[in-house]
Ligand binder design. Structure first.
Ligand code: THU
Length: 157
């Protein structure tokens, strides 16, 4: 028997001002996208912004439905829109932010398991690491690739 450990790496920032310009633009787009969320059941407004390799940014937000499973998280809304509208463009980064009652949450919202798997798939499709920014008002976490949020990724299809 062998005991093993998996380490993940991420960088913590105290404010948007500490990010480089590209990450700051993406983080601000995710914050703006929280305003497009439709979350009448949870009142938890999540925004996601995807950046392509050429710098273009598109946004998505969580969309809820009375038939609960029919709703979708912000990350998957943004990523499915990204791949369906620009199928040939590689994605290089995604930022995620959450707000309640119009106020950005102090700590970052961390993506659910299903969104991590979808992020992993689009990282594979893009063929480059997908940077992930989890944006809170008091703290921002930057992961250089999806693998750090989903160790032992399933990608064997
Ligand atoms: N939600 C997201 O949009 N992204 C996540 O990663 C976690 C949760 C949404 C789903 C639902 O609309 C609301 O947040 C509360 O769970």
């Amino acid at each position: 028997m062998t005991s093993k450990e998996i380490k993940i790496a991420y960088v913590e920032f105290d404010s948007l001002m500490q990010l480089d310009v590209e990450d700051r633009v993406l983080a601000q787009a995710a914050i703006a996208a929280t305003g497009n969320s439709y979350a009448p059941y949870s009142n938890f407004n999540v925004g996601a912004a995807v950046m392509f390799e050429d710098g273009e940014v598109i946004k998505g937000s969580n969309q809820e439905n009375a038939a609960y499973p029919s709703g979708l998280c912000a990350e998957r809304t943004a990523l499915f829109y990204a791949s369906s509208s620009r199928p040939d463009k590689a994605i290089k980064a995604i930022a995620i932010a959450a707000a309640q009652n119009g106020t950005l949450c102090s700590t970052p919202a961390t993506p659910c398991g299903a969104c991590r798997q979808v992020m992993a798939q689009y990282q594979l499709k893009s063929g480059i690491p997908m940077r992930v920014l989890l944006v809170g008002a008091d703290v921002i976490w930057r992961f250089e690739k999806v693998d750090d949020l989903l160790p032992l990724i399933f990608d064997s299809i």
